[in-house]
Design a protein around this ligand. Structure first.
Ligand code: ZN
Length: 85
């Protein structure tokens, strides 16, 4: 389901220059490379954004990779479940 925030984001994306889209893709790949090469476990700390208090991105203090709040929750839940194996 696409909410209004996603729709605005998609509309912005559709009007971007191809080189801007390519740079975003390179940035995404570089971030995934950092996360994949992390010695682990990640240690995510919130990245403060002015005007936003609930929806945050997090930065791993070990590898410098970024992740959103939802992925952080599931990552940490996976760590907890893994301890109980
Ligand atoms: Zn990491």
């Amino acid at each position: 389901m696409v909410d209004i925030d996603n729709l605005n984001e998609m509309m912005e994306f559709a009007t971007m220059e191809p080189e801007t889209i390519k740079q975003i893709w390179r940035d995404v790949k570089a971030n995934h490379d950092k996360l994949d090469k992390c010695e682990g476990p990640h240690e995510f700390k919130p990245i403060p954004v002015e005007g936003k208090t609930l929806v945050r991105d997090y930065l791993c203090s070990k590898c410098g990779g970024k992740i959103d709040a939802i992925h952080k929750i599931w990552y940490e839940r996976g760590l907890e479940h893994g301890k109980n194996q």
